[in-house]
Design a protein around this ligand. Structure first.
Ligand code: C2O
Ligand code: CU
Length: 544
């Protein structure tokens, strides 16, 4: 295994993807930032120089960080931010996973422009579980604002209002030619008959996205850096944080060219949204003048989204299967966690941004998560500093009733703020029912777990019913992910093995839901041996 080194200079960068020149924070003056390629088993070392005017951390989304929690890059969870003018070196092994992940800033809304692909190839001797593609092409779907995204977050958190919706979606940083003033459109050249591996990443802040290419079909072979049973589809659906590896064969008439397009899947009928479409061009030798546009699913097409999300299964056998996790068959910790959002009373003397001078809040088991500001949670845990968090996150919500009934669920308006973690014994098998609740309306929430993959045993609509729904659990080849879009007005059941000591955030990857409080944390205890114990932090770990 090799040591792969990168240097990130993070600083202001002037771009003009649409009509207006904008200063954004970017890595190495690139948008998206550099693609990192490693082989499974390699050590990745990234020197991050923060030359931006903001606090910053870089999170390696989906990387297990086995015994390297200090490198997870989660602001106030595993480290304090890198202050402007400072540097931190992230160093970790990328072991036991192959496929497409990504990296992004984990402070405020900075990940709108501070993000890039992290691609994990098999080790030298090991093949892919599909025939080798002619080429591999990262496709990063993003969301763009002409306004300053840190200001947007500041205003939204201060007033508790929603963020303004985006000005464009992007493919590899480019909005594409359907937008007025669009400067550039992403182009992918293909050779007839060849097969390409698209490594698609939804790096958008808030939008779940449908992705299609006119005239072409996909075979999904991986999600969230896990191999899947090949799944044939003409549409890919990704929630923020998720990735999909899909094979695409250039088997259409080479005298035409074809748009690839992404636009939102909107699960909540209430929220306003950016209803525009980003396009790139799939181009054969002979560039035709006008590409063919794919017919996109309607914005509210939950059926198509659910079909994609729930039909993926993990690939069971692969000749060189060194990297497969096993579905825990036994459960040690059973949790039922409600996830939802609502309105709360505006504090006196504050002008709030949500309807009726209220503000939005969100919670898990009725607790609206608060990040500490004086010390990271991991630091507090490691050094035994009291008063930063408690270890009493509840296994169940305070009330049991019809969570999908908006009137009954009004009790969820009264959330409590807190930094309460769930303590997990080393190697315990955890099962969590994630249940959507409805205060205003329900919507799909992409729940992301740091430090682990989990298996998605089942998902459905309505209220989870153990008696009937347990029969639907797939414990043979369930999909394995780091981010699950819990269906609108529905539930998902996940299992994982808590085999990685540290403090790990679980949160909604809809960016604005996180400061509203849709998060919690797991404190995983050390194992019995030195090789299952979290080492001390690196010397240069930023302190608050
Ligand atoms: Cu992709 Cu907590 O993040
Ligand atoms: Cu959410």
């Amino acid at each position: 295994a090799a040591v792969v080194k990168h240097t990130f200079h993070v600083g202001n960068h002037t771009v003009q993807p649409l009509c207006k020149e904008t200063v954004v924070v970017a890595v190495n003056n690139k948008l998206p930032g550099p693609t990192i390629r490693v082989q499974e088993g390699d050590t990745l070392v990234v020197d991050v120089y923060n030359d931006s005017p903001y606090n910053l951390t870089i999170h390696w989304h989906g990387v297990f960080q086995q015994l390297s929690a200090w490198a997870d890059g989660t602001s106030y969870v595993t480290q304090c931010p890198i202050l402007p003018g400072n540097k931190y070196t992230y160093k970790f092994n990328v072991t036991g996973q192959e496929g497409t992940l990504w990296w992004h800033a984990h402070f405020s809304n900075l990940r709108a422009t501070v993000y890039g692909a992290l691609i994990i190839h098999p080790r030298h001797s090991r093949p892919y579980p599909f025939s080798k593609p002619h080429k591999q092409v990262p496709i990063l779907l993003g969301e763009w604002w002409d306004a300053n995204v840190v200001e947007i977050e500041r205003t939204a958190s201060a007033t508790g209002g929603g963020p303004p919706f985006s000005d464009a979606y992007t493919i590899n940083g480019k909005p594409g030619r359907l937008y007025s003033c669009a400067q550039d459109t992403f182009k992918m050249k293909v050779i007839p008959g060849k097969t390409y591996l698209l490594r698609i990443i939804n790096a958008a802040l808030n939008a779940e996205l449908f992705f299609k290419i006119a005239g072409h079909k996909f075979t999904v072979v991986g999600v969230d850096a896990t191999y899947t049973t090949p799944y044939h589809t003409d549409v890919v659906v990704l929630a923020p944080g998720q990735t999909a590896d899909v094979l695409l064969t250039a088997d259409q008439s080479p005298t035409s060219s074809y748009y690839m397009a992404a636009r939102p899947y909107v699960s909540s009928p209430l929220a306003p949204f950016d209803n525009t479409t980003t396009v790139g061009i799939l181009q054969y030798h002979h560039a035709a003048s006008k590409p063919i546009m794919p017919v996109m699913p309607p914005f509210t097409d939950t059926e198509t989204a659910h079909k994609f999300y729930s039909n993926i299964t993990s690939r069971l056998s692969h000749k060189h299967a060194l990297i497969y996790n096993r579905v825990p068959q036994r459960v040690d910790e059973r949790m039922f966690i409600t996830i939802g959002g609502g309105l709360e009373q505006c504090p006196p003397n504050v002008k709030c941004g949500a309807p009726g001078n209220t503000r939005f809040s969100a919670s898990m088991n009725n607790i609206s998560f608060q990040l500490p500001t004086s010390l990271s949670l991991l630091d507090a845990h490691f050094n035994g500093v009291g008063g930063v968090f408690t270890k009493d996150f509840p296994d169940n919500p305070p009330l049991v009733y019809d969570y999908t009934n908006a009137t009954q669920a009004a009790a969820f308006m009264a959330t409590e703020k807190g930094t309460r973690l769930k303590k997990l014994a080393y190697n315990s098998n955890v099962e969590i029912v994630l249940q959507n609740t409805a205060v205003l309306s329900t919507e799909s929430h992409p729940m992301h777990l740091h430090g682990f993959n989990f298996f998605v045993l089942a998902q459905g609509f309505g209220v989870f019913n153990r008696e009937t729904d347990e029969k639907k659990f797939n414990v043979v080849n369930p999909q394995e992910r780091n981010t699950i879009a819990v269906p609108v007005g529905g539930w998902a059941v996940i299992r994982f093995k808590a085999n990685n000591p540290g403090v790990w955030l679980m949160h909604c990857h809809v960016e604005i839901h996180f400061p509203w409080g849709m998060a919690t944390g797991f404190l995983v205890e050390n194992g019995p041996t030195p090789s299952t114990t979290l080492p001390p932090p690196p010397r240069d770990l930023p302190r608050c």
